[in-house]
Design a protein around this ligand. Sequence first.
Ligand SMILES: *[C@@H]1O[C@H](CO)[C@@H](O)[C@H](O)[C@H]1NC(C)=O
Ligand SMILES: *[C@@H]1O[C@H](CO)[C@@H](O)[C@H](O)[C@H]1NC(C)=O
Ligand SMILES: *[C@@H]1O[C@H](CO)[C@@H](O)[C@H](O)[C@H]1NC(C)=O
Ligand SMILES: [Zn+2]
Length: 657
Amino acid sequence: MNFVLSLCARLVFVVTLLRGQDVLWVTDARIAKGNNINLGEALQFLREYDSEASSMCLRVTTAQWSYATNMTDFNKRRMIDEQTLKAKFDKVSWRKAVEFDWSRIPDPLARRLLRMLVTNSRASLGDDKFNEIYHLISEMKDLYAHVRACPYNNFDKLYCDLELDLDVKRIMAKSRSNAELTHIWQEWHNKVGPPMKNKFMRYVDLANQASILNGFQNAGEEMRFAYEDENFESEIAQAFHKIQPLYKELFTYVRRQLFKRYGPRVLRSNGPIPAHLLGDIWGQDWSNIEDIVIPYREYKKIDVTDEMLRQGFTPLRMFQMAEEFYTSLGLKPMPPEFWRYSMLERPNGRKVQCTVSAWDFCNKIDFRIKQCTEVNMNDLITVHHEMAHIQYYLYYADQPYLYRDGANPGFHEGIANAISLSVNNPTHLYRVGLYNNNTDIYETNINFLMSMALKKVAYAPFAYLVDQWRYQIFEYGVKTMNADWWELRLRFQGIVPPVKRTESHLDAAAKRHVIADMPYIRYFVALLLEFQVHDVMCDAAGHRGPLHTCDIYRSREAGRILMDILKSGKSRHWKDIIRVLTKGNTDTISPEPMLDYFEPLLLWLEGKNKREEEKIIGWSTKKEDTALFQPLVSKGYSVGCSLVFVINSVLLLVLNM
Ligand SMILES: *[C@@H]1O[C@H](CO)[C@@H](O)[C@H](O)[C@H]1NC(C)=O
Ligand SMILES: *[C@@H]1O[C@H](CO)[C@@H](O)[C@H](O)[C@H]1NC(C)=O
Ligand SMILES: *[C@@H]1O[C@H](CO)[C@@H](O)[C@H](O)[C@H]1NC(C)=O
Ligand SMILES: [Zn+2]
């Protein structure tokens, strides 16, 4: 079998090589380009694009805002009309941009802008396919929004009306019954994936076609191209492997607590963790099982909600407090339009989307936040986080349209979370008069770091693997895509499905980003960047002591560093920004500050894990684990291989003609 496989692989390889020589436009010419190298015409086009794209963005954003804050049928129709207009505009812009030979335009700014325009679009597809992929994605989003699960004790199956946001998430967070958790996990995954599977496969096919026409080998390569760095993949892989030891210590400790709670009939004491026990439908954020894993139960979790209520906080006052945080760093106050038009509370008398978001209306004036703010500690942190996005918008407002964005796709979220690291720690809450207890108790600090680790460290392998999977299926195909998904989750997260999965399922579709065509690796980048930026700002603020106790409040020096990142937007290469940020120490996204932040917890975990008897840090995998998702071993491989071989040969024939 092995021999046959490798022989077959070699043949395919040879055929591919031969083909490569014939079709120079695929492998050599790479990114799509035309013949026009007239600089004057290029600049003229870019000027027009800049002003038209800005006004198009204003129209679409205005329509989206109207619908999100007033969900009527009329507003929905208007929003869809505007979005369709925008898609048409993007297509026309791509066609104009691709007439230029960006690589030979004698102006670096124009060159980069043109390249951004031609590599971030599906417009290379003809009209039919362009419309098809556009509709496929909205159909999948629609299906996702309408999935309803049946409750656990619902014998007559009459009331299958559990929604993701309201019910599924709540049950996964609160229930401690293995049977109920298994049921809900299975319900959600069985209902979301299978109906989308065919659509998703067609989407993969079309996305690849578009990318190939743009000059890439597949859609995954085009997704990574957004980072404008050929070492990007290997750099983040290295960072990921540096974080894994910390993840495995956390994992081992958490598994032990789960084993104590659920026993050997639910999980092995040295094996992977079944995905339904982690308090979250995706197993990406383990905060909800804090009650099971808290290190020092007798030391309460810090929560200033009662104090906020006692002091008579309102949503408005929370936003004013966040504004004061930024002005204390020397940053800008919120403009009058922000206060006039934002939706800071859930309004009465109309239906609204309560998901928190920060908006840039692309006219350099109008910036808003939409949040159904409640007076509690969690929302206080969120308010600071969202306002960081607004600060970013304010500072890069004068850049060209295409540069009004984070330096790379991870920056917006990374910066906003770096701010949250200062705001949510006891030192800061003490300084703003919300917390008067001693912040220097060892047990309280370990509890605090544990709650941060359940959010951040637990998230690292998940944030990393979602796009590893996508790159894989874009490159190697969809034949075993569900098994591939679980293979990655087992290898990187140590997580297995609670029940048997097959290729009729599509469990990755449980994550909306996957079917909504939204890249995910940015969240892994943001996670590392968060600690890296926090570290640099704390240094500038003259902070001494453990990184998790640092608060940059009132530091003009930290503010200057922040401002420098914000005002560049996307105009400078992100590697430049990191080089300046770290005073030349590095130009990569480094995992060290994150490890530094969690160092005290790592020591604590190592101490705990050493003393226990399972003697394994991480997980050992058995056949019974992989049997949960692997297709029955069959002739699948050789069939697949000869199929590829046949296709390759046919192509070779066609191309040689
Ligand atoms: C909500 O939208 C409708 C149009 O569908 C409009 O007539 C109404 O005035 C809007 N309400 C508010 C409060 O903006
Ligand atoms: C069914 O389960 C829900 C929790 O999922 C519980 O609130 C409800 O009381 C249960 N109903 C019955 C009839 O057991
Ligand atoms: C401060 O400590 C007291 C006593 O230990 C406790 O009751 C109180 O909840 C703490 N306050 C906060 C905000 O954690
Ligand atoms: Zn955010």
